[in-house]
Design a protein around this ligand. Sequence first.
Ligand SMILES: Nc1ncnc2c1ncn2[C@@H]1O[C@H](COP(=O)(O)OP(=O)(O)O)[C@@H](O)[C@H]1O
Ligand SMILES: [Mg+2]
Length: 313
Amino acid sequence: MNGVPERRMAQAAGFGRVGLVIGGDSAEREVSLNGGRAVAAALERNGIDHEVFDGPMALFEGIRAGRVDRVFNLLHGPGGEDGSLQGALQLMDVPVTGADLASSALTMDKVRSKWVWERNGILTPPFAVLQGPDMDGRDAIHSLGLPLFVKPAGLGSSIGVSRVENDEELETAIALARRYSPIVLVEKAIEGGEYFAGILGRTSLPLIRVETPRAFYDYTAKYESDDTRYDCPCGLPAAVEDGLREQALRAFDLLGASGWGRVDFLLDDEGQAWFLEVNTTPGMTDHSLVPQAAAEMGIGFDELVWLILETSL
Ligand SMILES: Nc1ncnc2c1ncn2[C@@H]1O[C@H](COP(=O)(O)OP(=O)(O)O)[C@@H](O)[C@H]1O
Ligand SMILES: [Mg+2]
């Protein structure tokens, strides 16, 4: 589980022509474009024949024109990370990096992910689901207590996510989440540390601990702020970290994810891990989490891109 993954493909030419798909029209477009530039540069340095496509439709045209043998998927959010692209490529018989249709759809849905985990001994923060025309979160406050987190059931990059400290903030938070998804997840806040486990093949990468002076790891803390702190090594005793890396891989496997990804969890003051979500196309700028964790293992960015591309073989 903790071993350094080894190359299976010896030569760049073995990959054929790679279609790198980035951008798209989800709310995470900008994040994808940034990572896409870094990945394209790494493919270039690796000598891998590639073409960059903005969004699935452009990619499909490239495939139809016979210019793509396999796909490096770096789309985030709905339309790229939710199974639809994976399903279309499966029908066209074009291999793609990362998780398959079913698992992409499941991991994109935070509510159903939590149901699977709860049933299988992976702890996830207690929650309530709001949907339909009448979204009243007051019952959730009663059953879960404050503070709470309110989020759209299917998105990422902390878009539409709020921390709610009191009754008054709840309505605004629900309205915000609802702009991005008809299903809103209300979750009990876990106080403690925030950790991320990158997964590459069957390897659970060294954990990264993230700390921010902001109320939580929101969009600004993720992409804009200079005061977000990333610790890797994460500072936990080795045996504790190993146990958590193993749990993260199990959480990943339970949702059927494969190839690569990132598992987000919180560690409370008693040392209990509470799992939030699995991302099947995590950020890939050179300061993103998975690249940082891979670097800690001695895997540079170009090698990481190579190994991720191998997940399409
Ligand atoms: N239950 C919770 N308790 C504490 N912090 C949370 C909780 N849920 C979310 N957060 C904070 O919000 C961030 C985004 O939530 P997450 O569920 O990972 O959604 P996203 O897909 O947008 O990353 C997390 O990284 C964390 O900082
Ligand atoms: Mg997250």
